[in-house]
Design a protein. Structure first.
Length: 105
């Protein structure tokens, strides 16, 4: 999960590694996905990261189920979302992670 979000995740799936020889390296970049567990309010009480200090998932806030999609990113108060507790320093663009797979034996 990305820090300072309530449900942004990143990862990869379906990478074929069975034919890699010892020492082979595969490097991939992954985008952020919205896991769809709740609305992206950007309120401190709903963000478990350092910027918010709030709680993680709460079923009472679960208004989106089974809706994994590309994450739209953080809007922030600097971009006009007056109710956001996040600032421009919390923005992220895709890709958000680099994953390196190396066969070592």
């Amino acid at each position: 999960m990305l820090v300072n979000t309530n449900d942004a995740i990143s990862g990869i799936n379906g990478v074929a590694v069975g034919d890699m020889a010892v020492g082979d390296v595969v490097s991939l970049r992954a985008i952020a996905y919205d896991s769809g567990t709740e609305a992206n309010t950007e309120l401190a009480g709903e963000i478990p990261g350092p910027a918010g200090g709030g709680e993680g998932f709460n079923a009472a806030r679960s208004d989106r189920v089974d809706m994994v999609a590309m994450h739209s990113g953080v809007i922030s108060q600097d971009d006009g979302l007056a109710t956001s507790d996040l600032t421009g320093q919390h923005r992220f663009d895709n890709p958000v992670s680099q994953i390196r797979i190396e066969r070592i034996n």
